[in-house]
Design a protein around this ligand. Structure first.
Ligand code: LLP
Length: 418
């Protein structure tokens, strides 16, 4: 957890605001972010890459709230997007189109056209068909677009299989052994595609540098082959993927990761692009939730809270482990092992299992490390309005997303006129 969340006299704070006050004003469940934690992480990346030409393109999918995008845009961030929805969010938040990388395997024609219209910085292309479609549309619009090919290096990121993307049996990227021929074809036959770079992203939550090293070596080998074929590039995009510590993982520090990339890529003279998501925002947010009921069965103790898998899907989907902390520490109460579960009617609806906590009904707890892939993956399952989102900035708190109302949920639905 970021040091911007800390206990003072047994009470958990986000910066200078205590989370009991947040719950009183914003109700629960709600996401609470720390502005300074975000800026701190941004600066760690900026510092780590300062000696080389680089661009940090925040992966919007990790947390697409406008306030977060706006704060990062103000720091000079670029953005990695995967849909026109994310594109419009970045623009609405004040991000610059020419600093946007458009990734994703299924870009639709309307999305490509909109990206051409606003002038995104680069399309990271994932298939031959997509490339042909982009070229046709760019030709129709009479605009040259920047292209990088995302290679699939067939490298094991050694992470959860659902978030590994660099193996040949994943849908992502173009086989490393097919890309050189493709670059030649683009150069010879696609005048509206300007070849500017090469890209990759082998997976998320990488906790060792080894797979990054292997990927860099693979990318440099491709770049050398391209050079021999007379094709020179401007940028190398290493994707995102740097892991964070949720429990006992020991991922490399941002500085260490930066050092590796700078050392290995400096000589190439290429601009380094990275697309961090999780490592920029994960530790900047907690999910604040209240214990509704304590339920003891013959097999288990359940703490039933007012946040569920619709608010935070990661435990259900990946069996992800997030720290669960009491907002008020009670050293006088005995700890009990609880499964912390939500209100959703699924047995996958848990936020943590076998957690030693000293709880009473009505207590507040904080689920930590949820700034990334938390709110953005939430849903309305069981007709549950999505939670409010709050940003704390020293002693002030701002609502950066209002809690949905139940009426919002069916506002677009219609009944048959019969
Ligand atoms: N670039 C591309 C092309 C990506 O597909 C991703 C993440 C990133 C960058 C950012 O990766 P990061 O730095 O966050 O590892 N929902 C999952 C994570 C899915 C990641 C998908 N792609 C989770 O909750 O763990």
């Amino acid at each position: 957890m970021s040091p911007y969340f800390s206990y003072k006299n047994g009470l958990l704070y986000a910066e200078e605001v205590n989370l009991v006050d947040v719950a009183t004003q914003a109700h629960t469940p709600c996401y609470v972010y720390s502005r300074h934690a975000l800026i701190h992480n941004w600066q760690a990346f900026a510092e780590a890459f300062k000696t080389v030409p680089h661009r940090i393109c925040y992966a919007v999918k990790a947390n697409a709230n406008l306030a977060i995008l706006n704060l990062l845009a103000a720091q000079g961030a670029g953005f990695d997007i995967v849909s026109s929805g994310e594109l419009e969010r970045v623009l609405a938040a004040g991000g610059r189109a020419d600093k946007i990388i458009f990734s994703g395997v299924a870009k639709q024609s309307a999305e490509i056209l909109r990206a051409i219209e606003v002038g995104v910085g680069c399309f990271n292309v994932e298939s031959v068909s997509e490339l042909e479609r982009i070229h046709t549309l760019a030709a129709r619009e009479q605009k040259r677009v920047n292209i990088a090919i995302r290679i699939n290096p067939n490298i094991d990121a050694r992470t959860h299989p659902y978030i590994a993307t660099g193996l040949s049996n994943n849908k992502f990227g173009i086989d490393r052994y097919d890309v050189v021929a493709l670059y030649k074809k683009i150069q010879a036959t696609m005048p509206y595609c300007q070849l500017t770079g090469i890209a990759c992203h082998i997976g998320s939550q990488l906790t060792e540098l080894g797979p990054f090293v292997e990927t860099i070596e693979c990318m440099l080998a491709v770049i050398a082959e391209l050079k021999r074929a007379g094709i020179t590039l401007k940028q190398i995009d290493m994707g995102g993927g740097l892991g964070v510590r949720y429990r006992d993982e020991t991922p490399p520090a941002i500085a260490e990761y930066g050092r590796l990339l700078c050392e290995k890529l400096k000589e190439s003279g290429l601009e380094i692009i990275i697309e961090p998501g999780r490592s920029l925002v994960a530790d900047t947010g907690i999910l604040l939730t209240r214990v509704e009921y304590l339920k003891q069965t013959r097999a288990k103790n359940f703490a039933i809270v007012d946040a569920g898998m619709n608010d935070l899907l990661r435990p259900a989907l990946y069996e992800a482990w997030h720290p669960i902390l009491p907002v008020v520490q009670h050293s006088d109460r005995p700890g009990v092992l609880y499964d912390v579960v939500g209100p959703v009617c699924e047995s996958a609806d848990f936020l943590g299992k076998n957690r030693l906590l000293a709880l009473a009904e009505g207590d507040l707890i904080a689920i930590a490390g949820v700034g990334a892939y938390g709110a953005c993956m939430s849903s309305n399952y069981n007709a549950r309005p999505r939670a409010a989102e709050i940003m704390v900035d020293r002693e002030k708190m701002y609502v950066i997303r209002e809690r949905e109302t139940v009426q919002d949920l069916f506002a677009w639905e219609k009944v048959l006129l019969c």
